[in-house]
Ligand binder design. Sequence first.
Ligand code: GDP
Length: 195
Amino acid sequence: MEVHNVDLTISAVAEKQYPNTQFPEIALVGRSNVGKSSLTNVLINRNKFARTSSQPGKTQTLNFYNIEDKLYFVDVPGYGYAKASKASREKWGRMIETYLTKREQLKGVITLVDGRHAPTDDDISMHNWLKYYNIPILTVATKMDKISGGKWNKQESLIKKTLQLDANEPLIMFSALTKAGKNEIWRWIEGRMKR
Ligand code: GDP
């Protein structure tokens, strides 16, 4: 999709604030610092639209970005904050859980993992959890410009093996710097929007 118009419709802290439209929604989840804002900015052709790295401990919100009045990207706060209090982690869990399991407009979830390393235990739990709820998942490995071309296959296999991806579960290698993977990610999103 060629994106020209984007706005942050709402940073929601409660369900009643979610947009009351029928546009399909695609959620983006991942550990903080994995490159979620950078990926969002590449997808919408902006430099600094989506906020970068939210601070651990700050109020956790679900950010709804209206894309061309056709769909929403829903930025889910990063999981795996070692420093966040137990109470705030539990609150995060409930809000996300309700959104991800109950929201009819949600057509799929993009989960980001750091392409330089094996997925973490948090990444594995998130993936298994989404799978358990039958939520369509696209896994995106970020920061691939930091891996030399000759090692991409090895990283790809490591990620597939660690997350136990089935042959039909998509994984796209991405770089916000080179924009590798951008078109493939859009193709997946557009496919989900038609469901
Ligand atoms: P977020 O916390 O998941 O939103 O992560 P950000 O998008 O803010 O990225 C965290 C850090 O990783 C920033 O310093 C980014 O510049 C860097 N980063 C993100 N994506 C890439 C990428 O594809 N390549 C490289 N080299 N750095 C990246």
